[in-house]
Design a binder for this molecule. Structure first.
Ligand code: AKB
Length: 346
């Protein structure tokens, strides 16, 4: 017997309706727009649905310039539900991409603050979505898993007992999003992102950051000191695929979704030594050294070596475009050009 009768509200896939141009007045809001994912997803959404239908928001208003062209800017602290709700109502928002959160290493440094921002911010997003009948995307992470999880070919549905505060907030967030879907009919969806590699915005305090920093240091200095052990295997994804996942899961026909919060998605998995070897194919003299950070190493050791993302492939057609080889070649080309113009810094 179903624990809750499914309410007949909110399941109307707002983003598909917008994409089909059936409701020209509605818009999408992105929280944490200036962050690693937000600063690229905001522009991708503007390109797809029209910048006039995108509201970019961040707690820092000094980021407004960086987001110019992606949509209307609203300064928003997600810890204020009133501010959040007002921004949604004022802008006729139908779809919320809730990206404002702390990453794993920073969260471990201040667990109380991480709980507050990651969980209270999420509860506000869920309540605002419920009250205003919005669809809601919330990113989860490989951080939702823990050392008791099967770490090879990690299944979609498995043991999740993370040791890090970041992981605790991610599992709690997944459960809460599913609860709001079942109890209140809010159209909540999410993916478990692996480490994301981007050539636009640097990540801020994650465990997988090495996989971005290494490219900057390889180009600028020809060497990198890695804080994870050479054989630490983790799932990764190039930003264009991460954007694709965030958009496609929201556009998916709800009738095909058996899962919602949150889908395993991956594009590649590698170790620091494998990435260094791939970079050496382009920069033969590249040198890798190791100085292990015990906190980030412990977090990485508790995360999957590689995930099974067959549910995402089956339920909404997930298929990444970049692998280790093509991602490395593209990163080095884009960052190399920027360095040649004198504009590469870390
Ligand atoms: C982090 O390292 O904290 C993030 C993640 C995998 O969620 N990149």
């Amino acid at each position: 017997m179903a624990l809750f009768p499914l309410p007949d509200v909110g399941q109307d896939n707002n983003i598909r309706r917008m994409q089909m141009g059936k409701d020209e007045k509605r818009s999408v809001i992105i929280t944490g727009s200036a962050g690693q994912i937000g600063s690229e997803l905001s522009f991708a959404l503007a390109k797809r649905y029209g910048a006039d239908r995108i509201v970019v928001s961040d707690i820092r208003d000094d980021t407004e310039g960086r987001l110019e062209g992606a949509g209307r800017f609203v300064k928003l602290d997600v810890l204020s539900k009133d501010e959040f709700g007002a921004a949604v109502r004022r802008n006729n928002v139908d779809v919320i991409y809730h990206l404002a959160a702390l990453l794993s290493a920073v969260a471990e440094g201040n667990p109380q603050k991480a709980w507050k921002i990651n969980m209270e911010g999420l509860v506000n997003a869920l309540e605002v979505a419920r009250e205003n009948r919005c669809s809601l995307f919330v990113p989860s992470s490989i951080g939702a898993f823990g050392p008791d999880t099967p770490l090879d070919d990690t299944p979609q549905d498995t043991i999740m007992r993370p040791y890090s505060m970041y992981g605790v907030t991610k599992v709690s967030g997944e459960l809460l999003c599913d609860y709001y879907n079942r109890k209140f009919g809010v159209d909540t969806r999410g993916v478990r992102f692996p480490g994301i590699i981007s050539n636009v915005t640097l990540p801020g305090g994650g465990t997988t950051d090495y996989a971005v920093e290494i490219f900057y240091r390889a180009i600028l200095e020809g060497r990198y000191t890695c804080y994870l052990k050479p054989d630490t295997s983790l799932d990764m994804m190039y930003m264009p695929d991460a954007i694709k996942a965030a958009i496609e899961v929201m556009e998916a026909d709800p009738a095909g979704l058996r899962h919602r919060n949150a889908f395993n998605v991956t594009a590649m998995h590698f170790t620091p030594e494998m990435l260094a070897a791939e970079i050496r194919k382009h920069i033969p003299g590249f040198r890798m050294e190791y100085k292990i950070d015990p906190v980030r190493q412990a977090i990485a050791d508790s995360w999957p070596n590689f995930m099974n993302d067959s549910c995402a492939r089956k339920e909404w057609g997930w298929a990444p475009e970049y692998d280790l080889e093509s991602m490395t070649a593209d990163m080095l080309e884009v960052l190399g050009k920027r360095a040649a113009e004198g504009g590469l810094e870390i």
